[in-house]
Design a protein around this ligand. Structure first.
Ligand SMILES: [Fe+2]
Ligand SMILES: [Fe+2]
Length: 153
């Protein structure tokens, strides 16, 4: 991407997550589903961490944007809790699938809400320069967070 601001980069990741959900729904066997699910976990954990370190850190420091940022960060925690609960269940068993469907619904809600509410609210407050700078910072932080999520997975 030639010149990607923070919102372009975050939305691009969200599209990857939506695609991973589609691929998981179409998985032809349990092995494939497991590989895709592991990929999803690492990707989403790293995305949320880098998102918090860049956009949400900036938003938290601004009184007008603080509430939006707090809402999103608490949803990250909720998804994290779902992933932990899923890890305790028999993979692809009945309870796992039920929990997975709940997590999927919540996560899709989360990224839709970010795109429809949080990002437009933030965009009103940030300058083009800040959006560009945060985009570059996100691109730098994401690989480090992927490595970290991979090692903890
Ligand atoms: Fe998020
Ligand atoms: Fe996000």
């Amino acid at each position: 991407m030639a010149s990607a601001d923070i919102f372009d980069r975050l939305k691009q990741d969200h599209d990857t997550h939506r695609q991973l959900f589609k691929k998981m729904a179409d998985a032809k066997d349990e092995d494939q589903l497991q590989k895709l699910f592991e990929q999803f976990k690492v990707e989403v954990t790293a995305h949320a961490a880098a998102e918090e370190e860049t956009l949400y850190a900036t938003m938290l420091a601004r009184p007008d944007l603080r509430e939006d940022a707090q809402h999103s960060v608490s949803e990250h925690k909720e998804i994290d809790d779902y992933l932990e609960e899923l890890a305790e269940l028999k993979f692809n068993g009945e309870a796992w699938r039920k929990k997975f469907d709940q997590m999927k619904k919540r996560y899709l809600h989360h990224i839709d809400e970010e795109e429809e509410e949080m990002f437009p609210d933030a965009a009103k407050d940030l300058t083009a320069q800040e959006e560009e700078r945060l985009g570059k910072l996100f691109a730098k932080r994401k690989p480090a967070e992927l490595e970290r999520a991979e090692s903890e997975n």
